[in-house]
Design a binder for this molecule. Structure first.
Ligand SMILES: CC(C)(COP(=O)(O)OP(=O)(O)OC[C@H]1O[C@@H](n2cnc3c(N)ncnc32)[C@H](O)[C@@H]1OP(=O)(O)O)[C@@H](O)C(=O)NCCC(=O)NCCS
Length: 165
């Protein structure tokens, strides 16, 4: 049975190994990590388990979009030998549902596969002219609206920065 729950301290090493395998140790030099200067949002650090085995991990950070605090989705990874079975879909859907239920954030931003995130309702962020801290392929940047009207209210160009920057 699939169970999605908050990550515990006991999961930390397994999550780090999963991310090492998915993105390699050089992942921390990617520009997205400049935005993850503080801790992740504790309520949204999720793991997916089947029969107690941790198969997927998803976390979110808060980032600053001009004057607003929004969510940055990721990193997300599923155990390599168990991809393509819907686990990614389930943990992302659960993370977004929990974020929406908390209600604090008008938008979720992701730097991710342009083909993967539209299934959750993400739209390209290119029209909003995001100033990102470092190199990013612009087509990877996508927004999901959690508060109705949040996208329409944006006034580009928009600077994205770490919460304490
Ligand atoms: C990306 C990842 C999290 C997807 O998890 P998963 O459990 O394999 O995906 P799912 O089985 O839930 O796939 C759901 C759908 O997304 C599609 N999909 C899976 N990976 C995809 C990708 N990288 N790009 C585009 N579509 C993808 C699947 O084909 C499936 O499509 P369908 O519903 O039309 O059949 C997983 O492949 C992974 O860990 N990759 C390495 C790390 C990574 O790239 N993380 C995030 C990238 S932004």
């Amino acid at each position: 049975m699939v169970e999605i729950s908050k990550q515990t301290v006991a999961d930390d090493v397994a999550v780090e190994l999963l991310m090492d395998g998915a993105f390699g140790p050089a992942r921390y030099s990617r520009s997205v990590w400049l935005l993850r200067s503080g801790p992740p949002v504790a309520d949204l650090c999720l793991v997916l388990r089947v029969s107690d085995a941790m198969l997927a991990s998803l976390r979110f950070w808060e980032v600053q979009l001009e004057q607003q605090t929004v969510l940055l989705l990721g990193p997300l990874a599923v155990q390599p030998d168990l991809r393509g079975r819907g686990y990614g879909l389930q943990i992302v859907a659960e993370g977004l549902a929990r974020a929406a239920a908390i209600g604090k954030w008008p938008l979720v931003l992701v730097s991710g596969e342009p083909d993967y995130y539209p299934k959750f309702g993400f739209v390209p962020a290119a029209p909003y002219q995001l100033a990102w801290p470092g190199f990013v392929e612009p087509e990877r940047l996508q927004f999901l609206e959690l508060h109705q009207g949040a996208l329409a209210a944006l006034r580009p160009p928009l600077r994205v920065r770490a919460i304490d920057a």
